[in-house]
Write a protein that binds this ligand. Structure first.
Ligand SMILES: [Zn+2]
Length: 340
C-alpha cells in the first residue's frame, strides 16, 4: 500500500481542513458513487483530500529499488549501502563556480552513482563507506553507458543509517570502474580501477586553507584571508602526487586532501618528505581514479577517488596477467578476471 490507513488519512484531512468528519465522509461516499466502485474507500478519500488541497502523501515517500530507477524520475526516494565516496570537485561553467561530489550506492547486486551538486554537496560531508543512507527528493538522469544516475539538489535530504533498514550487498563490494592496465588508459576513460606500485613520491604541496570553503588563503595585512569568507584561522591542506607503475606503464596519480589523508593519516609525515617517501615508496596500491588529460604537459593523470594499500597482491597480479593476455589478443582462460 502506498498510503497510510483510511483512519490516518481521514485524521490528516480533518486536521488540515478543520472540516467535520461527517462532511468529509459524505464527500468520500459521493466520490465512491461517482466512480461506481472503481476505487477503494482509501482511494476515494485520497481524491477528496486532493480536491481539498491536502497533501496527504507529503510525508510518505516513493521508495524506488535501485534496479527500478529510470532516467527522468523526480522526487524519488532511494536507499542503499554506501560503497565508495568520491572526491568532491569544483568546476567553472559560464563563469559560475560549481561543485559536484559523487558516491556509489549499492543494494543487492545493483550499483548506482549518486551525485550532489553545488550546496547539496554539504549533505555528503559526514557520509562514509559502509553507511546505509536513504535519500529523499532526488531525481534521475541518464548516465554513462546507459546507466541511470541519481542527482541531489538543495531540496534533497539524506537520512544516515535510518533505523530498521538493512541492505545486503551481493557480489562483494564491486566498483563501477573497470580494471585497466596503465598502458591501456586513454584520455577518454572515465573512472577506472588500477593496481600498481608507488615508484616515485613528490614533495607534497601544503597550503593554508579556508575552513569554510577549503580554498587557499591569501596573505593580507589583516592576516590570512579567503576571498569569500575573509580572515580565517588557517587549516592545513595537502596535495600529493606520486607515480604508480604496473609494469605496463607508469602514470601520475594525484591525491587531493581527503584522499591524501586517507592514504597517510599521520599529518606529521606530510611535513617530512624523507619519512613520507620511506612510508610510500614501493607500496602496492589499488586505486579508483578519474582520468584527466593534462593539456599543458600532454599527459594523462589519475585523480584518485579511492585508494587502498590493503590489497591481495597475488589476486591483483592474476588480474593484471589476465589483462595482459587480453591485450595480446589471447583468449582468456577460465573465469573472467572480475572484481573480487
Ligand atoms: Zn572561504
Amino acid at each position: 500500500m502506498i498510503y497510510a490507513s483510511y483512519e490516518d488519512l481521514l485524521n490528516r484531512v480533518l486536521q488540515e481542513t478543520g472540516l467535520q468528519r461527517e462532511d468529509v465522509e459524505k464527500r468520500v461516499q459521493e466520490k465512491l458513487d461517482e466512480l461506481s466502485g472503481l476505487v477503494s474507500r482509501e482511494g476515494a478519500l485520497l481524491i477528496v483530500a486532493n480536491d481539498l488541497g491536502v497533501k496527504v502523501l507529503q510525508d510518505d515517500y516513493r521508495l524506488v529499488p535501485l534496479d527500478q530507477l529510470k532516467p527522468g524520475m523526480r522526487d524519488v526516494t532511494i536507499q542503499g549501502k554506501v560503497l565508495a565516496v568520491y572526491e568532491p570537485r569544483s568546476f567553472t561553467r559560464n563563469e559560475q563556480e560549481g561543485r559536484v561530489q559523487s558516491l556509489l550506492l549499492g543494494e543487492g547486486s545493483h550499483r548506482v552513482r549518486v551525485s550532489a551538486w553545488h550546496t547539496a554537496t554539504d549533505k555528503l560531508a559526514s557520509i562514509k563507506p559502509g553507511d546505509i543512507i536513504r535519500i529523499k527528493n532526488a531525481y534521475t538522469r541518464q548516465g554513462l553507458n546507459g546507466s541511470v544516475e541519481v542527482h541531489l539538489n538543495e531540496r534533497s535530504s539524506i537520512d544516515v543509517n535510518p533505523e530498521g533498514v538493512e541492505i545486503t550487498i551481493e557480489g562483494g563490494v564491486q566498483r563501477e570502474a573497470p580494471r585497466k592496465r596503465l598502458a591501456d588508459v586513454t584520455k577518454d576513460d572515465g573512472l577506472i580501477d588500477v593496481f600498481g606500485t608507488i615508484v616515485q613520491v613528490f614533495d607534497p604541496y601544503l597550503f593554508p586553507a579556508c575552513p569554510e570553503c577549503n580554498k587557499k588563503l591569501r596573505e593580507t595585512p589583516e592576516g590570512l584571508a579567503c576571498d569569500v569568507h575573509g580572515v580565517q584561522e588557517p587549516q592545513q591542506r595537502g596535495i600529493l602526487t606520486v607515480y604508480v607503475d604496473d609494469n605496463s606503464a607508469a602514470l601520475r596519480a594525484v591525491f587531493f586532501h581527503e584522499q591524501f589523508k586517507r592514504l597517510v593519516p599521520d599529518e606529521q609525515l606530510w611535513q617530512d618528505s624523507g619519512k613520507l617517501k620511506e612510508d610510500l615508496l614501493g607500496s602496492f596500491i589499488r586505486l579508483t581514479a578519474r582520468v584527466r588529460y593534462n593539456e599543458a604537459y600532454d599527459r594523462i593523470e589519475l585523480i584518485v577517488q579511492d585508494a587502498t594499500r590493503d590489497v591481495n597482491v597475488d589476486e591483483e597480479l592474476r588480474k593484471l596477467e589476465a589483462l595482459e593476455r587480453e591485450a595480446k589478443g589471447e583468449q582468456r582462460e577460465g573465469s573472467p578476471a572480475g572484481e573480487a
